[in-house]
Design a protein around this ligand. Structure first.
Ligand SMILES: NC(=O)c1ccc[n+]([C@@H]2O[C@H](COP(=O)([O-])OP(=O)(O)OC[C@H]3O[C@@H](n4cnc5c(N)ncnc54)[C@H](O)[C@@H]3O)[C@@H](O)[C@H]2O)c1
Ligand SMILES: [Zn+2]
Ligand SMILES: [Zn+2]
Length: 348
């Protein structure tokens, strides 16, 4: 089979590798019909993720068809159309039982293993461990181009942003960073009845997208963003401020927008320490949440996509085939210049 193989910082190749096979009785093999690229894949290529070593197949998002099934697998058979999510889970360990498979102890202490600790989904075939507890059947009326965004971006914006931020009916929500994840949060705040959703981004194209995804107001990032938001909220600030970039300054922006009693929901992956103004924050009774996505909201999101409540297909802006993997990375890696959000990659 062919797959996108990591060969150290800045080096990757779409090349021949041995076919993925069933190794454990709880495995299945999935033929990848649709995959995509995540910002995390770019971090890996920059050499930021030490656990990813030379020879690893990249990717942690796929929709595909089961082609082989281990003896212990009960819930899936050859030919089933399935969603392969970013998180793999045993379903039985302490963290899985607590609904936190992001820390599944059985698969290695962290649920994100594809394209990280084991070979990933940017390939013609992928081996999926703990298939019964990890895979999701895709409903007939949900397309591959919709389901693919439920593997990572949509559950991340929803779980780590909207649910962790505890958005309630009538709330005013600010989302700092309108990339795929921030837009996923914007797309799903409405499900909890947010009255006003304010998007803040440094990129005008992303702000246009934010309006398409359901934002009621948009502001360009900068000095005046906090005062703009205060002016819009009777000087109070927002109930929930979602951070979806991952820089110290964007978390500080989110913190500056929240009103007393509100919640700052940090989604961004941070690479350096952030100094928070605790001397001002303590008296505000604010909460700060953070975490790795569990992808446990996928069944809910699949139903919302199937019923037409969540237009997940809006996330895909560009399509490529497997042999255009380099072009796909080129466009996604320069998303702002290419007016790109997420790319869709298919066999042909
Ligand atoms: N917690 C999790 O489980 C989890 C999962 C997936 C992704 N993430 C993280 O979520 C974050 C967003 O991911 P993404 O795929 O949407 O990334 P992205 O690069 O597509 O989007 C980031 C957005 O932030 C904007 N931006 C950059 N600098 C800004 C600034 N100073 N002020 C305002 N906006 C600014 C960009 O224009 C862009 O629209 C990343 O940090 C990613 O690593 C976290
Ligand atoms: Zn990802
Ligand atoms: Zn587990």
């Amino acid at each position: 089979m062919k797959a996108l193989v990591y060969h150290g910082p800045g080096q990757k190749a779409w090349e021949d590798v041995p076919d993925a096979t069933v190794v454990e009785p709880t495995d299945v093999v999935v033929r990848v019909d649709t995959t995509t690229i995540c910002g995390t894949d770019l971090h890996i290529l920059h050499g930021d993720v030490a656990a990813v070593t030379d020879g690893r197949i990249l990717g942690h998002e796929a929709v595909g068809t089961v082609t082989a099934v281990g003896d212990a697998v009960k819930g899936f058979g050859v030919g089933d159309r399935v969603l392969v999510p970013a998180i793999t889970k045993c379903g039985r360990c302490e963290y899985c039982q607590r609904g936190m498979p992001s820390h599944c102890q059985t698969v290695g202490g962290i649920g994100w293993i594809f394209g990280h600790l084991i070979d990933g989904t940017q390939a013609e075939l992928v081996r999926v461990p703990y298939a019964d507890t990890s895979l999701y059947a895709v409903p007939e009326n949900v397309t591959n181009e919709q389901a693919i965004f439920l593997a990572d971006s949509l559950p991340t914006g929803y779980e780590v942003g909207v649910l962790a931020g505890a958005v309630r009916p009538g709330d005013t929500v600010a989302v700092v960073g309108a990339g795929a994840v921030g837009l996923a949060a914007i797309l799903t705040t409405g499900l909890w009845g947010a009255a006003r959703v304010i998007a803040i981004d440094s990129n005008k194209f992303r702000l246009e997208k934010a309006l398409e995804f359901g934002a009621t107001d948009v502001f360009e990032a900068g000095q005046s963003a906090a005062s703009d938001v205060r002016a819009l909220t009777d000087g109070l600030g927002v109930d929930v401020a979602i951070e979806a970039v991952g820089y110290p300054e964007t978390l500080l922006t989110a913190a500056s927008l929240v009103r007393p009693g509100g919640t700052i929901a940090n989604i961004g992956v941070h690479g350096v320490p952030v100094e928070l103004p605790m001397q001002d924050m303590w008296i505000q009774n604010v909460k700060l949440t953070m975490g790795l996505v569990d992808t446990v909201s996928i069944p809910t999101l699949l139903k919302m996509v199937a019923s037409g409540r969540i237009p997940a297909e809006k996330m895909g802006t560009h399509s490529f085939t497997f042999d255009q993997m380099d072009e796909a990375y080129g466009v996604f890696g320069n998303a702002a210049a290419n007016a790109a959000l997420k790319v869709i990659i298919t066999p042909a």
